[in-house]
Write a protein that binds this ligand. Sequence first.
Ligand code: MEV
Length: 317
Amino acid sequence: MSRMVCSLAPGKVILLGEHFVVKGMPAIGAAVTLYARVCVSRGQGRVESRQLGLLLDLSSNTVNDKGLYRVVEELAGRFGLKRDFHATIDSEIPISSGMGSSAAVAVSTTHALLSFAGVEPDKKVVWEVSFEAEKVYHVRPSGVDNTLSTYGGVMVYERGVFNRVKTRWPDDVLIVIADSGVKRSTGSVVADVLNRYDKYSKVMSRIYDAASELVRDAIKSIETGDFARLGELMNINHGLLSSIGVSSRVLESIVWAMRDAGALGAKISGAGRGGIVIGLVETSKVPSVIEKIKSLGLAPLVVQIDDEGVRRAPDNR
Ligand code: MEV
């Protein structure tokens, strides 16, 4: 049997601070236990995912994902990667919902290709190469997605600087994710928010300062294990997101379903106007939160924090 190596890398959610981060305020992101998994064996220079509709076939110059092509080019330039691989990708991370699916695919592909080539996949290198892919996918990536996917854990980021929040996140505090299924363009939501900022700059600057204060308080709550307080801060953060115009009737109904079912806190996560809502939920309340979300016709995902980031995965052939 030919050699096969597999790697997996987590997706992420933003716990607090989205949008405000665009104007230099801090935000908190967390890697979560949903993964992109890549397996590499000997082949003819091919990367594919039927599930994601991705194909790079280097022998026929077929490339429908320029980010992954960038990964392959970068690894060829830095490490002399040969075109002797066949990589297949599967992912549990919802796509186009702000959960870092493309970054997790780039991170796990980089890690797996390096391992296959016999190069120890140093995390700093994985980060650098996956950031090149992120630059292809997004105009000005903050780096939060590939940073969390590479290193895992909970991180506060501010003006391009990332710091790990010291936490032993308890096993009985989970995150429930509900994808509203409403698609929107992050770029246009961000542009609308910035326009609103310019129009009401005096009041908006106070909202942004409040958001910053909220994040600093939340870091302390996570570090001291005060998750009841963290939930309340998430609720306040949701109110601020609503005030800058990124909530909607659908998102409010999901947020309130989670709160009614006993979530410690619930909020939009990411750009808003659609995409996902997250709830901070104690284990005992998870069944009722799941039931409420299902009664809205949605399929909730229940996740924990991933502390490890990208790593080798078992080959389950
Ligand atoms: C989108 O997932 C998060 C935003 O804060 C945009 C950004 O940080 O680039 C809305």
